[in-house]
Design a binder for this molecule. Structure first.
Ligand code: NAD
Ligand code: TDX
Length: 368
């Protein structure tokens, strides 16, 4: 039985992980912490709120006192750290928040864990700090390079990936210097339910539904290795449960796609759905498919992202050999499930996109 503190729990992967963990580990208790930045959405945790093994705390990982208090009072023995600024484009326009949360925030958490777990010895069971990181720390691959392994030297190219690389190094250093039990996972691009519609897949899908252009950066041939979010949760669970302390594990889908091919795939799948289901044309009259057109008509090539990494690909051999890790979802089924989710959660994304969700957060949390 474990007591978890999950940071960034109202974000995309954090929320999926909360639901995954409560279902798979029925004896464990979960404290979910989130600052509810623009990317955090309390509604992502709806299904967990009534669970008596679950508690939500509105707070910031940079608040060291709160972190120490939570670790000690909630008897936390497993900290799973998702909280981050996560969008590369935002990091290009405003890197400061990425340094504050990803670097300083991670360090505040490490200090709190070291104090409560190692110095004050408040928890009398084995403890673990699991850090969730990204494949972007390894930089960019050429088309004929082998995929990233855990031995690939770090070469981050964006302020986002540099801030994640810095946090990875701090986690490593706290293990080697102070003996803090840590594990780190470096995962490829995730997709699935609850993803904020600034990231490629939900952005493109919702633009198709609303008849807005589909902005493809550069030549559209940049490659990402896509993993269904629940398979990421399974991978993290494997690292926590069986991973060697002090080690890092790459998690990926063995599923490389050029951006333009993904966007064209979603266009085709959505057009087929409009063909099968006349109610979609009534719900989304601005979609090209509602008037018998094709979603692909919306594709527009735009100026490339500065420093845009060409290709990411993960070699997950270590996770497979040591943890028995294997993604369960194929891209074909995962993308269909993702389409289903966004089409059945219109109220969720409309509230996110029209700002009404944020107004609600500001009213609800105005008093702290
Ligand atoms: P997200 O942006 O959807 O969610 C981040 C969450 O962290 C939000 O709920 C936000 O409110 C919260 N947060 C931000 N600053 C905070 C702070 N100072 N204190 C407390 N909470 C704060 O991100 P995501 O896509 O769910 O990513 C989660 C983690 O996984 C990140 O560490 C990211 O680097 C990593 N990751 C993401 C992907 C991906 O494809 N999305 C892939 C690999 C790794
Ligand atoms: O409008 C767009 N047009 C476009 O061509 C957007 C938003 C993206 N793109 C391209 C850029 C990338 O090559 O699509 C690809 C994916 O872009 P994002 O969804 O922004 O993801 P990426 O930059 O690859 O980073 C993601 O994966 C690794 C997450 O945001 C990170 O948090 C994670 O660490």
């Amino acid at each position: 039985m474990a007591n978890l503190l999950i940071t960034g729990a109202a974000g995309f992967i954090g929320a999926n992980f909360v639901h995954y963990w409560l279902a798979r580990h029925p004896a464990d208790r979960v404290v979910a912490l989130d600052a509810l930045t623009y990317a955090g959405n309390i509604n992502n945790l709806d299904g967990a709120m009534a669970n008596e093994r679950f508690r939500f705390v509105h707070g910031d990982i940079r608040d060291g006192e709160l972190m120490e208090q939570l670790l000690a009072d909630a008897d936390i023995d497993l900290l799973v750290h998702f909280a981050a600024e996560s969008h590369v484009d935002r990091s290009i326009h405003g890197p400061e928040a990425f340094i504050d949360t990803n670097v300083v925030g991670t360090h505040v958490l490490l200090q709190a864990a070291r104090k409560v777990w190692l110095e004050e010895k408040r928890i009398d069971r084995p403890v673990l700090f699991h850090h969730v990181s990204t494949d972007e720390v390894y930089g960019s691959l050429a088309s004929d390079d082998p995929p990233f392994t855990e031995q690939t030297p770090y070469a981050p190219n964006s302020p986002y990936s540099a801030s994640k690389a810095a946090s990875d190094h701090l986690v490593r250093a706290y293990h080697h210097t102070y003996g803090l039990p840590v594990t780190t996972s470096n995962c490829s691009n995730n997709y699935g339910p609850y993803q904020f519609p600034e990231k490629l897949i939900p952005l493109m899908l919702l633009n198709m539904l609303e008849g807005r252009s589909l902005p493809i950066y550069g030549d559209g041939r940049n490659i990402r290795d896509w993993l269904y979010v629940e398979d990421h949760c399974v991978g993290i669970d494997g690292v926590i449960t069986h991973g060697r302390r002090g080690e890092t594990y790459n998690i990926g889908g063995n599923n490389e796609w050029a951006n333009i091919d993904i966007v064209q795939l979603i266009c085709r799948l959505l057009d087929q759905r409009f063909g099968r289901d006349p109610s979609l044309a009534e719900r989304f009259p601005a979609a090209p498919a509602a008037g018998g057109g094709r979603s692909e008509e919306l594709i527009t090539y735009v100026t490339d992202r500065p420093g845009h990494d060409r290709r990411y690909a993960i070699d997950a051999t270590r996770a497979r050999n040591e943890l028995g890790y294997q993604p369960a979802e194929s891209f074909e089924t995962g993308i269909e499930k993702t389409l289903d989710w966004y089409l059945t959660h219109e109220a969720w994304w409309r509230a996110v996109m029209d700002g009404s969700y944020r107004e609600w957060v500001e009213r609800h949390y105005a008093q702290g």
